[in-house]
Design a protein around this ligand. Structure first.
Ligand SMILES: CC(C)(COP(=O)(O)OP(=O)(O)OC[C@H]1O[C@@H](n2cnc3c(N)ncnc32)[C@H](O)[C@@H]1OP(=O)(O)O)[C@@H](O)C(=O)NCCC(=O)NCCS
Length: 190
């Protein structure tokens, strides 16, 4: 993956990670439409992305960030159908830190796909960018997302009180992080 500038990575069992591009807008919007209630429960963009223009604007943010930071937003395809994705927030240059986010359509859950995809994304991000720290932040009641963080070995840092919003209410967020040396240690053990 590291050598591939076009970034297409086989995760096995018919699953593939590819860079999300603006040309994927139609497919991305269909994916959001099919999973709106499921995604929208936890992700604001699941509610907000309604039109092709919204979708293109969203994907353009990822593409612009990729140009600026070199860290791509990635779609996850299963047997050729878009089923999810992984993204990074902008790199904080002073601390060489970023944050990872991820999502799946409901039908693709329960088989470890996001755990595998985020692992690949972290290998790439730590392996190519000299990053020092990757954060992962989930709403305290988002048990499935918290389970992903724990499965990947992130360290729990604590609750940031009323640090997020969901459906117009302030919600507590649970912070996790992974440091470069911890990731190197984990991956060398496997
Ligand atoms: C968060 C989210 C991606 C988690 O999805 P998920 O399917 O639970 O996560 P994974 O793909 O890693 O799969 C893990 C599940 O597959 C099972 N599994 C099967 N084979 C597995 C394998 N080889 N490796 C790991 N897990 C495996 C695990 O036991 C787990 O199932 P369980 O929850 O019933 O125990 C999903 O709930 C989602 O998209 N939610 C909406 C968006 C969202 O909340 N995003 C995160 C915002 S912080």
């Amino acid at each position: 993956m590291r050598e591939n500038l076009l970034f297409k990575h086989d995760l096995g069992d018919g699953a593939e990670l590819r860079i999300l591009e603006v040309r994927h807008a139609g497919e991305f919007l269909r994916f959001v439409d099919e999973n709106r209630a499921y995604l929208g429960r936890w992700l604001r963009w699941g509610e907000e992305i309604k039109t092709l223009e919204d979708t293109e604007a969203f994907l353009r943010r990822g593409a612009t960030q990729y140009v600026e930071d070199g860290l791509p937003w990635m779609g996850l395809w299963l047997e050729g159908k878009m089923v999810g994705g992984v993204l990074f927030f902008p790199i904080e240059a002073r601390t060489m830190a970023t944050e990872v986010g991820y999502w799946l359509g409901e039908a693709a859950t329960g088989r470890g796909l996001v755990t595998r995809a985020v692992k690949e994304a972290l290998d790439y991000a730590f392996g190519t960018h000299g990053l020092h720290r990757i954060a992962l932040v989930a709403e305290v009641s988002n048990e499935k997302s918290i389970a992903v963080a724990r499965r990947l070995g992130f360290t729990e840092e604590g609750v940031r009180r009323a640090a997020g919003t969901n459906a117009g209410r302030y919600v507590d967020m649970l912070s996790f992080s992974m440091l470069a040396e911890e990731w190197a240690q984990r991956t060398s053990e496997k």
